[in-house]
Design a protein around this ligand. Structure first.
Ligand code: FAD
Length: 285
């Protein structure tokens, strides 16, 4: 078993709020999570740039609180000029960390734009801005849903690393073995950047089933069965989810994961609960 990572990196993901109420709620969430001192906080980017301004605003408000903001940037249905404009705005605001993605084609949109895959976006960011940004990319321990097989997906992941990605965040998963096997495959393929597991809290059965269906994350049978048995018992689901995800995080860290990236879904309780269970909660948080 590999040794535990000595200095794990913890980061958190938020999405840009759409209403004044959601904005106020997110401000409270960030206030509760900031004492956990995440290394950076990433902010998602809506399909085809639909949240471009809001993503930027949310990152700026994180930066104003002394947190490192890392906007996601997806390239599908975009032009080089669009992306260049966004990069220039980010540089001017002294943003130095970015999550570079292909994104998914919004339904009804016909033109894929000037980028086909995320490796082309990473190469473009490097061409335009050299080493200004630390670039994160996405990785898929259980395979991207459109990939023909895991081997091809790992080769495609490698293209992003060769184009200049510094580190990766994974799609969430509940099978730690899938992550460790993926790390082995990446090592064999000569990929040597940190690959940080993305952690999705389980707080709601319908929601987790829907997300997992969309992104191809496998919900192990024993978790599915237990969630079915819990039915409408929201508290029971939260308690069970917290136990399962805390155990997953503990095992990942013990076996050498370089950190954890929390998909907060703009909620603080589950992340605080996981930190508490891992003994990482500072007394004032
Ligand atoms: P790519 O790396 O381009 O891969 C997409 C598919 O194409 C894969 O099947 C891959 O095997 C294949 N492929 C890649 N390169 C090549 C190539 N050169 N030739 C042939 N095939 C290739 N979506 C959003 O809209 N907004 C977000 O903010 C967002 N944040 C995310 C954050 C994380 C950490 C993760 C894991 C996902 C996120 N997503 C987001 C979802 C993501 O956009 C989708 O999973 C999308 O389908 C793939 O994006 P990618 O960057 O991984 O694409």
């Amino acid at each position: 078993m590999p040794a535990a990572s000595t200095n794990p990196i913890f980061s958190m993901e938020f999405f840009p709020p759409r209403t004044p109420e959601a904005e106020a709620s997110l401000a409270g969430v960030i206030e509760r999570l900031a004492p956990l001192t995440p290394r950076f906080c990433s902010v998602t980017f809506g399909a085809a740039g639909s949240t471009r301004e809001k993503t930027f605003e949310t990152v700026l408000s994180l930066q104003s609180l002394g947190l490192e903001g890392a906007p996601h940037l997806s390239c599908i249905a975009s032009t080089r000029d669009n992306i260049r404009e966004v990069l220039m705005a980010y540089q001017a605001a002294d943003i130095r960390h970015i999550v570079a993605l292909r994104g998914d084609m919004p339904s009804g949109m016909l033109s894929a734009g000037e980028f086909r895959y995320a490796n082309e976006l990473v190469a473009f960011i490097r061409e335009e801005t050299q080493d200004h940004f630390h670039i994160e990319v996405a990785a898929y321990p259980e395979m991207h849903p459109q990939a023909p097989n895991l081997r091809t997906d790992v080769q495609n992941f490698k293209r992003k690393v060769e184009a200049g990605a510094n580190s990766a965040i994974t799609q969430y998963f509940f099978n730690p073995e899938a992550y460790f096997r993926f790390l082995d495959d990446c090592e064999k393929a000569g990929i040597d950047i940190p690959i940080v597991p993305g952690i999705m809290p389980i707080t709601n059965h319908t929601q987790i089933a829907r997300f997992s269906e969309m992104c191809g994350a496998d919900i192990p049978r024993w978790i599915r069965k237990r969630l079915e048995q819990l039915g409408d018992d929201r508290e029971g689901i939260r308690a069970f989810g917290l136990e399962v995800i805390s155990d997953l995080c503990r095992r990942l860290l013990e076996e050498g994961a370089p950190g954890l990236h929390f998909y907060t879904l703009n909620q603080s309780e589950a992340v605080l609960g996981i930190y508490r269970n891992l003994g990482m909660l500072i007394p004032s948080a």
